[in-house]
Design a protein around this ligand. Structure first.
Ligand code: BG6
Length: 480
Protein backbone atom coordinates (compact mmCIF):
# COMPACT_ATOMS: atom_id res chain seq x y z
CA UNK A 1 0.00 0.00 0.00
CA UNK A 2 2.81 2.33 0.87
CA UNK A 3 4.28 2.26 -2.64
CA UNK A 4 0.94 2.90 -4.27
CA UNK A 5 0.48 6.17 -2.35
CA UNK A 6 -2.85 7.96 -2.44
CA UNK A 7 -5.68 6.81 -4.66
CA UNK A 8 -6.54 8.74 -7.80
CA UNK A 9 -9.30 11.24 -7.22
CA UNK A 10 -8.04 12.12 -3.74
CA UNK A 11 -9.54 15.53 -2.93
CA UNK A 12 -6.82 18.18 -2.72
CA UNK A 13 -7.83 21.74 -2.00
CA UNK A 14 -8.08 24.34 0.72
CA UNK A 15 -10.70 25.75 3.05
CA UNK A 16 -12.26 29.11 3.95
CA UNK A 17 -15.44 30.35 5.62
CA UNK A 18 -17.76 33.08 4.39
CA UNK A 19 -17.65 35.15 7.57
CA UNK A 20 -13.84 35.32 7.57
CA UNK A 21 -13.17 35.87 3.89
CA UNK A 22 -16.09 37.42 2.04
CA UNK A 23 -16.44 40.85 3.64
CA UNK A 24 -19.26 42.83 1.95
CA UNK A 25 -21.06 42.38 5.25
CA UNK A 26 -24.08 44.48 4.30
CA UNK A 27 -24.09 44.26 0.49
CA UNK A 28 -26.92 43.07 -1.74
CA UNK A 29 -29.37 42.46 1.05
CA UNK A 30 -27.09 40.56 3.43
CA UNK A 31 -28.21 40.76 7.07
CA UNK A 32 -26.04 41.17 10.18
CA UNK A 33 -24.53 37.90 11.35
CA UNK A 34 -22.97 37.12 14.71
CA UNK A 35 -19.53 37.50 13.10
CA UNK A 36 -20.40 41.12 12.28
CA UNK A 37 -20.69 42.15 15.93
CA UNK A 38 -17.29 40.88 17.10
CA UNK A 39 -14.38 43.33 17.11
CA UNK A 40 -10.70 42.84 16.41
CA UNK A 41 -8.52 41.34 19.15
CA UNK A 42 -5.00 40.01 19.59
CA UNK A 43 -2.93 37.34 21.30
CA UNK A 44 -3.61 38.78 24.73
CA UNK A 45 -6.64 40.85 23.83
CA UNK A 46 -9.97 39.00 23.68
CA UNK A 47 -12.32 40.05 20.91
CA UNK A 48 -15.27 42.09 22.14
CA UNK A 49 -18.85 41.05 21.38
CA UNK A 50 -20.83 44.28 21.02
CA UNK A 51 -24.54 44.89 21.20
CA UNK A 52 -25.12 45.28 17.48
CA UNK A 53 -22.76 47.11 15.12
CA UNK A 54 -21.37 50.20 16.87
CA UNK A 55 -19.90 53.24 15.10
CA UNK A 56 -16.61 53.58 17.01
CA UNK A 57 -15.54 49.91 16.84
CA UNK A 58 -13.47 48.01 14.29
CA UNK A 59 -15.03 44.83 12.94
CA UNK A 60 -12.51 42.97 10.77
CA UNK A 61 -15.08 40.55 9.30
CA UNK A 62 -16.85 43.48 7.60
CA UNK A 63 -14.14 43.53 4.95
CA UNK A 64 -12.55 40.11 5.50
CA UNK A 65 -10.36 39.51 2.45
CA UNK A 66 -13.10 40.89 0.21
CA UNK A 67 -13.53 37.52 -1.50
CA UNK A 68 -17.02 38.77 -2.37
CA UNK A 69 -15.48 41.00 -5.01
CA UNK A 70 -12.29 38.98 -5.68
CA UNK A 71 -13.71 35.46 -6.07
CA UNK A 72 -12.94 35.18 -9.78
CA UNK A 73 -9.29 36.06 -9.33
CA UNK A 74 -9.05 33.90 -6.20
CA UNK A 75 -10.58 30.80 -7.76
CA UNK A 76 -8.34 31.21 -10.80
CA UNK A 77 -5.33 31.17 -8.45
CA UNK A 78 -6.65 28.09 -6.63
CA UNK A 79 -6.97 26.35 -9.98
CA UNK A 80 -3.40 27.34 -10.82
CA UNK A 81 -2.33 25.43 -7.71
CA UNK A 82 -4.23 22.40 -9.05
CA UNK A 83 -7.12 22.34 -6.55
CA UNK A 84 -9.79 19.78 -7.39
CA UNK A 85 -11.98 20.89 -4.48
CA UNK A 86 -12.58 24.02 -2.42
CA UNK A 87 -14.18 24.02 1.01
CA UNK A 88 -16.25 27.15 1.63
CA UNK A 89 -19.41 28.10 3.47
CA UNK A 90 -22.62 29.85 2.62
CA UNK A 91 -23.40 32.89 4.73
CA UNK A 92 -26.86 32.18 6.14
CA UNK A 93 -27.50 35.95 6.28
CA UNK A 94 -27.04 36.34 2.51
CA UNK A 95 -29.91 33.89 1.99
CA UNK A 96 -32.13 34.72 4.97
CA UNK A 97 -30.88 38.10 6.26
CA UNK A 98 -32.76 37.91 9.55
CA UNK A 99 -33.03 34.15 9.77
CA UNK A 100 -36.81 34.20 10.24
CA UNK A 101 -37.64 35.90 6.91
CA UNK A 102 -40.43 34.43 4.87
CA UNK A 103 -38.61 34.44 1.55
CA UNK A 104 -34.96 34.02 0.64
CA UNK A 105 -32.86 36.83 -0.80
CA UNK A 106 -32.38 36.16 -4.51
CA UNK A 107 -29.23 38.30 -4.73
CA UNK A 108 -27.56 36.10 -2.13
CA UNK A 109 -28.57 32.90 -3.91
CA UNK A 110 -27.34 34.28 -7.23
CA UNK A 111 -23.95 35.14 -5.70
CA UNK A 112 -23.31 31.52 -4.68
CA UNK A 113 -24.52 30.32 -8.09
CA UNK A 114 -21.78 32.49 -9.59
CA UNK A 115 -19.12 31.30 -7.13
CA UNK A 116 -19.97 27.61 -7.67
CA UNK A 117 -20.06 28.10 -11.47
CA UNK A 118 -16.62 29.66 -11.30
CA UNK A 119 -15.30 26.65 -9.35
CA UNK A 120 -16.93 24.16 -11.72
CA UNK A 121 -15.44 25.99 -14.72
CA UNK A 122 -12.00 24.97 -13.41
CA UNK A 123 -12.97 21.44 -12.36
CA UNK A 124 -13.01 22.38 -8.68
CA UNK A 125 -15.68 20.66 -6.55
CA UNK A 126 -17.20 23.00 -3.97
CA UNK A 127 -17.42 21.41 -0.50
CA UNK A 128 -19.97 23.47 1.34
CA UNK A 129 -20.58 24.06 5.04
CA UNK A 130 -24.07 25.35 5.79
CA UNK A 131 -23.23 26.96 9.12
CA UNK A 132 -19.77 28.21 9.93
CA UNK A 133 -19.98 30.64 12.86
CA UNK A 134 -22.33 33.05 11.06
CA UNK A 135 -25.85 32.68 12.36
CA UNK A 136 -28.16 35.68 11.77
CA UNK A 137 -27.74 38.09 14.70
CA UNK A 138 -31.50 38.62 14.73
CA UNK A 139 -31.99 34.99 15.79
CA UNK A 140 -29.65 35.54 18.72
CA UNK A 141 -31.51 38.65 19.89
CA UNK A 142 -35.05 37.48 19.24
CA UNK A 143 -34.89 33.78 20.12
CA UNK A 144 -31.68 33.33 22.09
CA UNK A 145 -29.98 31.41 19.29
CA UNK A 146 -29.96 27.60 19.31
CA UNK A 147 -31.48 27.33 22.79
CA UNK A 148 -34.87 27.86 21.12
CA UNK A 149 -36.31 24.93 19.22
CA UNK A 150 -37.77 27.32 16.63
CA UNK A 151 -34.25 27.80 15.33
CA UNK A 152 -34.36 24.22 14.01
CA UNK A 153 -37.15 25.31 11.66
CA UNK A 154 -35.31 28.41 10.51
CA UNK A 155 -32.15 26.45 9.82
CA UNK A 156 -33.80 23.58 7.98
CA UNK A 157 -35.74 26.06 5.85
CA UNK A 158 -32.46 27.80 4.93
CA UNK A 159 -30.77 24.45 4.28
CA UNK A 160 -33.63 23.24 2.07
CA UNK A 161 -33.36 26.35 -0.10
CA UNK A 162 -29.60 25.78 -0.53
CA UNK A 163 -29.75 22.03 -1.08
CA UNK A 164 -32.45 22.42 -3.73
CA UNK A 165 -30.93 25.41 -5.46
CA UNK A 166 -27.43 23.94 -5.73
CA UNK A 167 -28.33 20.29 -6.10
CA UNK A 168 -26.56 20.03 -9.45
CA UNK A 169 -23.53 22.08 -8.46
CA UNK A 170 -22.52 20.80 -5.05
CA UNK A 171 -22.07 17.16 -4.05
CA UNK A 172 -20.26 17.43 -0.67
CA UNK A 173 -21.98 19.23 2.20
CA UNK A 174 -21.36 19.68 5.92
CA UNK A 175 -23.95 20.88 8.42
CA UNK A 176 -22.25 22.64 11.39
CA UNK A 177 -18.62 23.69 11.59
CA UNK A 178 -16.84 22.46 14.73
CA UNK A 179 -20.12 21.75 16.51
CA UNK A 180 -18.14 20.43 19.49
CA UNK A 181 -16.41 23.73 20.34
CA UNK A 182 -19.32 24.71 22.56
CA UNK A 183 -18.09 22.10 25.04
CA UNK A 184 -16.01 25.05 26.20
CA UNK A 185 -19.18 26.75 27.45
CA UNK A 186 -17.33 29.30 29.59
CA UNK A 187 -15.76 30.96 26.54
CA UNK A 188 -18.07 33.71 25.23
CA UNK A 189 -16.86 33.51 21.62
CA UNK A 190 -17.24 29.72 21.45
CA UNK A 191 -20.79 29.98 22.81
CA UNK A 192 -21.74 32.76 20.41
CA UNK A 193 -20.15 31.08 17.39
CA UNK A 194 -21.56 27.59 17.98
CA UNK A 195 -24.73 28.08 20.01
CA UNK A 196 -25.70 31.64 19.12
CA UNK A 197 -25.84 32.45 22.82
CA UNK A 198 -24.62 35.55 24.65
CA UNK A 199 -23.46 34.41 28.03
CA UNK A 200 -23.00 37.60 30.07
CA UNK A 201 -24.54 37.47 33.51
CA UNK A 202 -25.25 33.76 33.50
CA UNK A 203 -23.92 31.27 36.02
CA UNK A 204 -21.67 28.44 34.86
CA UNK A 205 -24.41 25.91 35.65
CA UNK A 206 -26.83 27.80 33.43
CA UNK A 207 -24.24 28.09 30.65
CA UNK A 208 -23.73 24.35 30.67
CA UNK A 209 -27.47 23.70 30.62
CA UNK A 210 -27.98 26.05 27.70
CA UNK A 211 -25.06 24.51 25.88
CA UNK A 212 -26.56 21.01 26.04
CA UNK A 213 -29.94 22.35 24.95
CA UNK A 214 -28.38 24.14 21.97
CA UNK A 215 -26.28 21.14 21.10
CA UNK A 216 -29.34 18.93 21.09
CA UNK A 217 -31.28 21.31 18.86
CA UNK A 218 -28.35 21.55 16.44
CA UNK A 219 -27.93 17.78 16.31
CA UNK A 220 -31.63 17.39 15.52
CA UNK A 221 -31.37 20.12 12.86
CA UNK A 222 -28.32 18.44 11.37
CA UNK A 223 -30.05 15.06 11.20
CA UNK A 224 -33.13 16.60 9.56
CA UNK A 225 -30.89 18.23 6.94
CA UNK A 226 -28.99 15.00 6.23
CA UNK A 227 -32.23 13.10 5.73
CA UNK A 228 -33.78 15.86 3.62
CA UNK A 229 -30.59 16.21 1.54
CA UNK A 230 -30.55 12.52 0.67
CA UNK A 231 -34.10 12.87 -0.62
CA UNK A 232 -33.27 15.96 -2.68
CA UNK A 233 -30.28 14.28 -4.33
CA UNK A 234 -29.34 10.71 -3.50
CA UNK A 235 -25.78 11.42 -4.67
CA UNK A 236 -25.23 14.05 -2.00
CA UNK A 237 -22.56 13.26 0.55
CA UNK A 238 -23.45 15.04 3.74
CA UNK A 239 -21.03 15.12 6.61
CA UNK A 240 -20.60 16.54 10.07
CA UNK A 241 -17.61 18.63 11.05
CA UNK A 242 -15.83 18.31 14.35
CA UNK A 243 -12.79 19.98 15.79
CA UNK A 244 -10.40 17.10 16.39
CA UNK A 245 -7.98 17.84 19.17
CA UNK A 246 -6.83 14.57 20.71
CA UNK A 247 -6.50 14.94 24.46
CA UNK A 248 -3.52 13.07 25.83
CA UNK A 249 -2.94 12.07 29.48
CA UNK A 250 -0.06 13.95 31.06
CA UNK A 251 1.40 10.69 32.42
CA UNK A 252 0.68 6.98 32.71
CA UNK A 253 -0.86 7.59 36.12
CA UNK A 254 -4.30 5.92 35.90
CA UNK A 255 -6.05 9.13 37.03
CA UNK A 256 -4.46 11.09 34.17
CA UNK A 257 -5.38 8.39 31.67
CA UNK A 258 -8.96 8.32 32.93
CA UNK A 259 -9.19 12.11 32.88
CA UNK A 260 -8.09 12.05 29.26
CA UNK A 261 -10.75 9.45 28.43
CA UNK A 262 -13.44 11.57 30.07
CA UNK A 263 -12.23 14.68 28.25
CA UNK A 264 -12.40 12.84 24.92
CA UNK A 265 -15.94 11.69 25.67
CA UNK A 266 -17.02 15.22 26.49
CA UNK A 267 -15.63 16.61 23.27
CA UNK A 268 -16.52 13.82 20.84
CA UNK A 269 -19.99 12.63 21.86
CA UNK A 270 -21.27 14.92 19.10
CA UNK A 271 -19.63 12.68 16.50
CA UNK A 272 -21.25 9.63 18.15
CA UNK A 273 -24.68 11.19 17.64
CA UNK A 274 -23.92 12.28 14.07
CA UNK A 275 -22.57 8.86 13.08
CA UNK A 276 -24.58 6.37 15.17
CA UNK A 277 -27.82 8.38 15.26
CA UNK A 278 -28.22 8.24 19.04
CA UNK A 279 -26.77 9.56 22.28
CA UNK A 280 -23.96 7.42 23.68
CA UNK A 281 -24.65 5.78 27.05
CA UNK A 282 -21.84 7.69 28.83
CA UNK A 283 -23.45 10.97 27.81
CA UNK A 284 -26.94 9.87 28.88
CA UNK A 285 -25.45 8.98 32.26
CA UNK A 286 -23.66 12.32 32.60
CA UNK A 287 -26.72 14.35 31.62
CA UNK A 288 -29.00 12.37 33.93
CA UNK A 289 -26.67 12.47 36.92
CA UNK A 290 -26.12 16.20 36.53
CA UNK A 291 -29.77 17.05 35.78
CA UNK A 292 -28.82 18.40 32.40
CA UNK A 293 -31.09 16.41 30.12
CA UNK A 294 -32.22 18.84 27.43
CA UNK A 295 -35.86 19.25 26.44
CA UNK A 296 -36.54 16.75 23.70
CA UNK A 297 -39.57 15.89 21.63
CA UNK A 298 -40.78 12.32 21.18
CA UNK A 299 -39.86 12.43 17.51
CA UNK A 300 -36.21 13.36 18.15
CA UNK A 301 -34.95 9.82 18.59
CA UNK A 302 -36.31 8.84 15.20
CA UNK A 303 -34.95 12.01 13.58
CA UNK A 304 -31.44 11.34 14.89
CA UNK A 305 -31.64 7.74 13.76
CA UNK A 306 -32.65 8.74 10.23
CA UNK A 307 -30.07 11.48 9.80
CA UNK A 308 -26.73 9.69 10.07
CA UNK A 309 -23.89 11.39 8.24
CA UNK A 310 -22.03 9.98 5.23
CA UNK A 311 -18.58 11.11 6.28
CA UNK A 312 -16.74 12.96 9.03
CA UNK A 313 -15.12 16.31 8.30
CA UNK A 314 -12.51 17.27 10.84
CA UNK A 315 -10.22 20.14 11.62
CA UNK A 316 -6.86 19.33 13.13
CA UNK A 317 -4.38 21.91 14.38
CA UNK A 318 -2.88 20.45 17.55
CA UNK A 319 -3.25 18.06 20.45
CA UNK A 320 -3.98 18.94 24.08
CA UNK A 321 -2.84 17.31 27.31
CA UNK A 322 -4.73 16.93 30.58
CA UNK A 323 -3.71 16.21 34.14
CA UNK A 324 -5.97 14.91 36.88
CA UNK A 325 -6.68 17.40 39.67
CA UNK A 326 -7.79 16.20 43.08
CA UNK A 327 -10.16 19.19 43.17
CA UNK A 328 -12.00 17.57 40.28
CA UNK A 329 -12.62 14.02 41.57
CA UNK A 330 -15.52 13.60 39.10
CA UNK A 331 -13.10 13.97 36.17
CA UNK A 332 -15.24 16.76 34.68
CA UNK A 333 -14.04 18.46 31.53
CA UNK A 334 -15.39 21.58 29.94
CA UNK A 335 -12.31 23.10 28.41
CA UNK A 336 -9.05 24.27 29.74
CA UNK A 337 -9.39 23.72 33.51
CA UNK A 338 -7.35 20.49 33.52
CA UNK A 339 -5.21 21.25 30.47
CA UNK A 340 -1.43 21.44 30.90
CA UNK A 341 1.47 22.22 28.56
CA UNK A 342 3.06 19.28 26.80
CA UNK A 343 6.83 19.67 27.19
CA UNK A 344 7.44 17.36 24.26
CA UNK A 345 5.94 19.78 21.76
CA UNK A 346 6.99 23.15 20.35
CA UNK A 347 4.37 25.84 20.00
CA UNK A 348 3.52 28.36 17.28
CA UNK A 349 3.53 32.11 17.99
CA UNK A 350 -0.03 31.91 19.30
CA UNK A 351 0.80 29.15 21.79
CA UNK A 352 -0.72 26.28 19.77
CA UNK A 353 1.31 23.06 20.12
CA UNK A 354 2.68 21.56 16.90
CA UNK A 355 2.08 17.80 16.76
CA UNK A 356 1.98 16.08 13.35
CA UNK A 357 1.88 12.59 14.86
CA UNK A 358 -1.25 13.74 16.69
CA UNK A 359 -2.93 13.94 13.29
CA UNK A 360 -2.06 10.31 12.51
CA UNK A 361 -3.24 9.38 16.01
CA UNK A 362 -6.52 11.25 15.46
CA UNK A 363 -7.19 9.64 12.10
CA UNK A 364 -6.59 6.20 13.60
CA UNK A 365 -8.82 6.99 16.58
CA UNK A 366 -11.65 8.16 14.33
CA UNK A 367 -11.30 5.17 11.99
CA UNK A 368 -11.36 2.69 14.89
CA UNK A 369 -14.43 4.27 16.43
CA UNK A 370 -16.55 5.23 13.42
CA UNK A 371 -15.43 3.32 10.29
CA UNK A 372 -16.52 6.27 8.13
CA UNK A 373 -14.70 8.15 5.36
CA UNK A 374 -12.73 11.02 6.87
CA UNK A 375 -12.03 14.37 5.27
CA UNK A 376 -9.44 16.69 6.82
CA UNK A 377 -11.19 19.96 6.11
CA UNK A 378 -8.88 22.20 8.16
CA UNK A 379 -5.22 22.03 9.11
CA UNK A 380 -2.51 24.66 9.12
CA UNK A 381 -0.35 27.08 11.00
CA UNK A 382 -1.14 30.72 11.70
CA UNK A 383 1.98 32.82 11.20
CA UNK A 384 3.21 36.37 10.63
CA UNK A 385 4.33 36.70 7.00
CA UNK A 386 6.76 39.28 5.64
CA UNK A 387 6.63 40.60 2.08
CA UNK A 388 10.13 41.10 0.66
CA UNK A 389 10.33 42.46 -2.89
CA UNK A 390 6.90 41.10 -3.63
CA UNK A 391 7.77 37.62 -2.35
CA UNK A 392 6.79 35.75 0.81
CA UNK A 393 9.25 33.11 1.93
CA UNK A 394 7.05 31.03 4.22
CA UNK A 395 9.24 27.98 4.77
CA UNK A 396 7.75 27.57 8.29
CA UNK A 397 4.33 26.96 6.72
CA UNK A 398 5.74 24.48 4.21
CA UNK A 399 7.47 22.61 7.06
CA UNK A 400 4.28 22.41 9.12
CA UNK A 401 2.13 21.25 6.20
CA UNK A 402 4.73 18.77 4.94
CA UNK A 403 4.90 17.06 8.32
CA UNK A 404 1.13 16.91 8.60
CA UNK A 405 0.63 15.63 5.05
CA UNK A 406 3.25 12.97 5.77
CA UNK A 407 1.35 11.98 8.91
CA UNK A 408 -1.87 11.78 6.90
CA UNK A 409 -0.23 9.64 4.21
CA UNK A 410 1.17 7.31 6.89
CA UNK A 411 -2.31 6.96 8.36
CA UNK A 412 -3.66 6.04 4.94
CA UNK A 413 -0.89 3.78 3.67
CA UNK A 414 0.50 2.26 6.88
CA UNK A 415 -2.63 2.15 9.02
CA UNK A 416 -5.31 1.71 6.35
CA UNK A 417 -7.37 4.75 7.37
CA UNK A 418 -9.94 5.91 4.81
CA UNK A 419 -9.10 9.60 4.28
CA UNK A 420 -10.75 11.04 1.18
CA UNK A 421 -9.49 14.60 1.12
CA UNK A 422 -7.29 17.31 2.55
CA UNK A 423 -8.21 21.00 2.52
CA UNK A 424 -5.80 23.08 4.64
CA UNK A 425 -7.29 26.08 6.38
CA UNK A 426 -7.29 29.63 5.12
CA UNK A 427 -5.75 28.79 1.73
CA UNK A 428 -6.31 32.45 0.91
CA UNK A 429 -5.35 34.68 3.87
CA UNK A 430 -8.39 35.61 5.91
CA UNK A 431 -9.32 37.04 9.30
CA UNK A 432 -8.57 34.80 12.28
CA UNK A 433 -11.65 33.64 14.09
CA UNK A 434 -10.02 33.43 17.52
CA UNK A 435 -8.16 36.73 17.52
CA UNK A 436 -9.77 38.76 14.73
CA UNK A 437 -6.32 39.40 13.30
CA UNK A 438 -5.52 39.51 9.61
CA UNK A 439 -1.88 39.12 10.61
CA UNK A 440 -2.47 35.54 11.81
CA UNK A 441 -2.10 34.17 8.32
CA UNK A 442 -2.62 30.63 7.05
CA UNK A 443 -2.71 31.07 3.28
CA UNK A 444 -0.82 30.04 0.17
CA UNK A 445 -2.13 33.31 -1.22
CA UNK A 446 -1.18 36.51 0.58
CA UNK A 447 -3.81 39.24 0.89
CA UNK A 448 -2.41 42.72 1.32
CA UNK A 449 -4.47 43.97 4.26
CA UNK A 450 -3.53 44.60 7.87
CA UNK A 451 -5.10 44.50 11.33
CA UNK A 452 -6.19 48.13 11.17
CA UNK A 453 -7.85 47.90 7.77
CA UNK A 454 -5.01 49.32 5.65
CA UNK A 455 -3.96 47.81 2.35
CA UNK A 456 -5.14 47.36 -1.22
CA UNK A 457 -6.23 43.69 -0.82
CA UNK A 458 -3.84 42.68 -3.64
CA UNK A 459 -3.19 38.93 -3.92
CA UNK A 460 0.36 37.49 -4.02
CA UNK A 461 1.39 33.84 -4.24
CA UNK A 462 3.68 32.79 -1.37
CA UNK A 463 6.50 30.22 -1.69
CA UNK A 464 4.05 27.68 -0.22
CA UNK A 465 1.79 28.29 -3.25
CA UNK A 466 4.37 26.76 -5.61
CA UNK A 467 5.23 24.02 -3.11
CA UNK A 468 1.58 22.94 -2.68
CA UNK A 469 1.11 22.96 -6.45
CA UNK A 470 3.85 20.28 -6.68
CA UNK A 471 2.31 18.32 -3.82
CA UNK A 472 -1.02 18.22 -5.63
CA UNK A 473 0.35 17.43 -9.08
CA UNK A 474 2.38 14.54 -7.64
CA UNK A 475 -0.66 13.34 -5.60
CA UNK A 476 1.33 13.74 -2.40
CA UNK A 477 4.51 12.07 -3.60
CA UNK A 478 6.64 15.19 -3.89
CA UNK A 479 6.75 16.87 -0.51
CA UNK A 480 10.24 18.42 -0.45
C1 BG6 B 1 -11.24 26.60 13.30
C2 BG6 B 1 -12.34 27.32 12.62
O1 BG6 B 1 -11.55 26.62 14.65
O2 BG6 B 1 -9.97 27.12 13.33
C3 BG6 B 1 -11.92 28.46 11.73
O3 BG6 B 1 -13.23 26.47 11.93
C4 BG6 B 1 -10.73 29.16 12.36
O4 BG6 B 1 -13.01 29.29 11.53
C5 BG6 B 1 -9.58 28.16 12.46
O5 BG6 B 1 -10.35 30.29 11.67
C6 BG6 B 1 -8.27 28.72 12.97
O6 BG6 B 1 -8.45 29.41 14.15
P1 BG6 B 1 -7.98 30.92 14.29
O7 BG6 B 1 -8.43 31.33 15.63
O8 BG6 B 1 -6.50 30.90 14.16
O9 BG6 B 1 -8.63 31.66 13.19
Amino acid sequence: MKDEGLQNGFLWGGAVAANQIEGAWNSDGKGISIADVVTEGGINKPREITKGVLKNKYYPMHVGSDFYHHYKEDIRMLSEMGFNCFRMSIAWTRIFPKGDDELPNEDGLKYYDDVFDECIKYGIKPIVTLSHFEMPYNLVKKYGGWRDRKTIKFFTKYAKVCLERYKNKVEYWMTFNEINNQTDFRVPLAMLADSGILIDNITDEEKERLMYQSSHNELVASALVVDMGHKINSNFKIGCMINMTPIYPNSSKPEDVFQSLKAMQHRYWYADVHVFGKYPTYMKAYLTNNKLIPNMEDEDEEILRKGKVDYIGLSYYNSNTVKYKSTNPEFKYAGSEVTVDNDNLKMNSWGWPIDPLGLRYSLNWLEDRYHKPLMIVENGIGAHDKVENGKIHDQYRINYLREHINAMIDAITEDGVNVIGYTPWGCIDLVSMGTGQMSKRYGFIYVNYDDEGNGDLRRLPKDSFYWYKKVISSNGKQLD
